[in-house]
Design a protein around this ligand. Structure first.
Ligand SMILES: Cc1cc2nc3c(=O)[nH]c(=O)nc-3n(C[C@H](O)[C@H](O)[C@H](O)COP(=O)(O)OP(=O)(O)OC[C@H]3O[C@@H](n4cnc5c(N)ncnc54)[C@H](O)[C@@H]3O)c2cc1C
Length: 283
């Protein structure tokens, strides 16, 4: 860490929010797996202070008031291994388990993955597919924002000065789901394309469906037209509807060419991941 950066260890959320607002060059730090890599590579010249959030009690996963509340400081290992998550949210378990290797998952937090706001963050499509809401804490109190509306661009969020993510709130329901990612290798690689599929029973023979795509737009996006089509169809959906839904998913993707992949390949693989996810959920 740069010897000029000051590190703060607040004991309360209010203290953390106050430091964050008072010091424009301050950044929250949780597992440090994103932040310290950038800092060591000289990519954060504006950062003057780090605010360590690990002492703020953000590590709980609890069921209360019809919601599963996952503290933003929970590591990927903790999220993927928790019974409340394993029994309800398979897409999130799969997403958390595909972040880096063991060592990274033991340090990397859900709040850090979301706070980093990369469209390729692997926990984000699962959370969006599960209708997750971010509980924010700031100098003016708490507020909630649906995660699908939390990101405004790559690395950009609706967080206001002094605000941090306290927890994620997920409706308490048993879902079926899958998270699939395509990277340079089968594991330990940043996503070129990722897709989360979650669904739950809405009426006998019907399922409410959510599909979220990663790394094919400036932010993680939902495929609302495909969701509507499948949510209105009998479950499991007939083959001709699956073909239509697949075309709508591909249409929703807005990929670019970059150092990791090409847009045409990304677009085509979006359809392939959709098909595979649906097969996994139907099995
Ligand atoms: C070798 C390696 C492999 C990786 N592989 C993957 C991968 O496969 N998939 C993937 O998605 N990511 C991967 N990552 C990236 C990284 O591990 C994840 O994004 C991780 O979840 C970040 O969490 P963290 O706790 O380490 O965040 P930090 O590095 O501590 O912080 C990241 C950002 O989030 C902000 N932040 C932290 N906590 C909060 C909070 N409570 N509220 C608001 N903002 C907050 C910080 O200010 C910072 O901007 C990899 C990283 C490495 C080094």
């Amino acid at each position: 860490m740069d010897s000029l950066a000051r590190v703060h260890f607040p004991a309360t959320l209010s203290e953390a929010a106050a430091i964050l607002r008072a010091r424009p060059g301050a950044r929250l730090i949780a597992g440090g797996t994103d932040l310290l890599v950038k800092h060591r590579n000289g990519l954060l010249p504006e950062v003057t202070d780090f605010i360590d959030v690990t002492g703020l009690g953000l590590h709980e996963i609890v069921l209360a008031d019809g919601q599963v509340r996952i503290g933003s400081g929970c590591t990927m290992t903790a999220v993927a291994g928790h019974p409340l998550v394993r029994e309800r949210f398979p897409a999130l378990v799969q997403g958390a388990m595909q972040v880096g290797a063991f060592q990274i998952r033991n340090a990397a937090t859900l709040g850090g993955n979301v706070g980093n706001a990369s469209p390729a963050g692997d926990s984000i499509p699962p959370l969006v597919s599960l209708d997750a809401v971010a509980l924010l804490f700031g100098p003016d109190g708490r507020r909630t924002v649906p995660l699908a509306e939390f990101f405004t661009g790559p690395g950009k969020t609706v967080l206001q000065p002094g605000e941090l993510i306290e927890a994620f709130l997920l409706p308490d329901r048993r879902t079926a789901g899958a998270f699939l990612k395509l990277g340079e290798r089968r594991a330990h690689a940043i996503s070129k394309v990722s897709l989360a599929f979650s669904c739950w029973e809405s009426a006998p023979g019907r399922r409410e469906v959510r599909i979220a795509l990663g790394a094919v737009a400036p932010t993680v996006i939902r495929c609302r037209k495909a969701e509507e089509l499948l949510s209105a169809a009998p479950w499991p959906p007939p083959a001709e509807l699956v073909d239509k839904a697949r075309a709508l998913v591909v249409e929703a993707a807005r990929p670019i060419d970059d150092l990791r992949s090409q847009k045409e390949y990304r677009r085509r693989m979006t359809g392939v991941l959709f098909q595979r996810a649906l097969e996994q959920v139907r099995a």
